[in-house]
Ligand binder design. Structure first.
Ligand SMILES: [Zn+2]
Length: 195
């Protein structure tokens, strides 16, 4: 531990006349004397910056002289996020809203999927019908992919969505097969059709 002396001033008060201030990398004891003293405005918890490093005043009237300000390196403690009751309420409202909307979306999706799954035998369709049917399957496939991600997100805060995910998957699974089949059919019989 260093002490203040000629050619080695205290980093806080600049004391050089005696060895009343002492310090190392982890603590500074700065003596409150009559000619040299730490800044008088400092209160416990205040931070001072010395040579690019922040130090917090943690104690007064302490140390080897009984009259030292004690400084310790200031650690930036990350504040853990605690929402206010209002934010909490808003969060809950939002979750509730997302849950309801997701349930609605599943119901809508089932209608779309049912329409897309009404199997049209492509062999007997004209090109226009095939295009329409293919567009519907593609839509059900794309929307299903998106909706599933949303549902998985909702599951993180509301497990009740689980049963709707099951309902959803019952429809989404055949849509995936249907899409594959329709792509293959079109590829084999028509080449790629413009959508
Ligand atoms: Zn000092």
């Amino acid at each position: 531990m260093q002490s203040s002396k000629r050619n080695n001033p205290c980093p806080v008060c600049g004391r050089t006349k005696d060895s009343d201030c002492r310090w190392d990398n982890d603590v500074i004891f700065c003596h409150c004397g009559s000619s040299f003293a730490p800044p008088s405005h400092l209160k416990i918890g205040d931070i001072i910056r010395l040579d690019g490093k922040d130090w917090a005043l943690v104690k007064t009237n302490s140390g080897h002289t009984g009259l030292c300000h004690v400084f310790k390196p200031h650690r930036h403690i990350e504040k853990t996020y605690t929402p206010t009751p209002r934010q909490k309420q808003q969060g809950q409202d939002r979750e509730q809203y997302l849950f309801k909307e997701s349930v609605k979306a599943v119901e809508e999706y089932i209608k779309l999927a049912n329409a897309a799954l009404e199997v049209i035998n492509y062999e007997y369709c004209n090109l226009k019908q095939i295009k329409e049917s293919k567009a519907l399957i593609n839509r059900a496939f794309d929307e299903g992919k998106e909706l599933r991600e949303v549902l998985v997100g909702v599951r993180r805060f509301n497990k009740n969505i689980e049963e709707f995910i099951e309902l959803f998957d019952e429809k989404y699974r055949p849509i995936k097969y249907q899409k594959k089949a329709s792509d293959e059919f079109c590829w084999n019989h028509l080449g790629e059709i413009d959508e």
